[in-house]
Design a protein around this ligand. Structure first.
Ligand code: ZN
Length: 133
């Protein structure tokens, strides 16, 4: 893994949270994007090298809706940038981690992504992401 690519925060109301985080960071999101396949609406903030992703459920069965129902709003996942997502998925599977999809999926912000089951990583949901070039 190369570095933390972003932190994902689950929110109930993206519009209100965009206002809140714009005040907090002193700058507006550089991108807003709906990811239909994941049932989420997202926005991205950038501070230098670091990014924060806000995620709001856009469907009832969205994993974000389930997360908020169970745990409330808050930090949802840590995303790590990888050079070769297929190789990293294979490596982690061999190490005993559970992949939540067998193939990389198209995520927000021009990325191929794959989530790892939090049960294998002390309750932390981990996202691998590789920039689509
Ligand atoms: Zn993410």
């Amino acid at each position: 893994m190369l570095k933390i690519e972003h932190l994902g925060i689950a929110v109930k109301n993206l519009e209100k949270s965009n206002e809140l985080f714009t005040k907090l960071f002193g700058s507006a999101p550089y991108k807003m994007e709906k990811v239909e396949s994941e049932g989420v609406s997202t926005s991205f903030f950038r501070m230098g090298e670091n990014k924060i992703e806000l995620l709001e459920a856009s469907a009832v069965e969205s994993p974000i809706a389930k997360f908020i129902e169970k745990k409330g709003e808050g930090i949802h996942h840590i995303a790590f940038e990888v050079q070769d997502i297929n190789a990293e998925m294979k490596r982690l599977q061999n190490e005993g981690f559970t992949l939540l999809s067998q193939e990389p999926k198209k995520g927000a912000d021009n990325k191929l992504i794959c989530f790892l089951h939090p049960k294998d990583s002390n309750g932390v949901l981990i996202e691998l992401c590789q920039e689509i070039k």
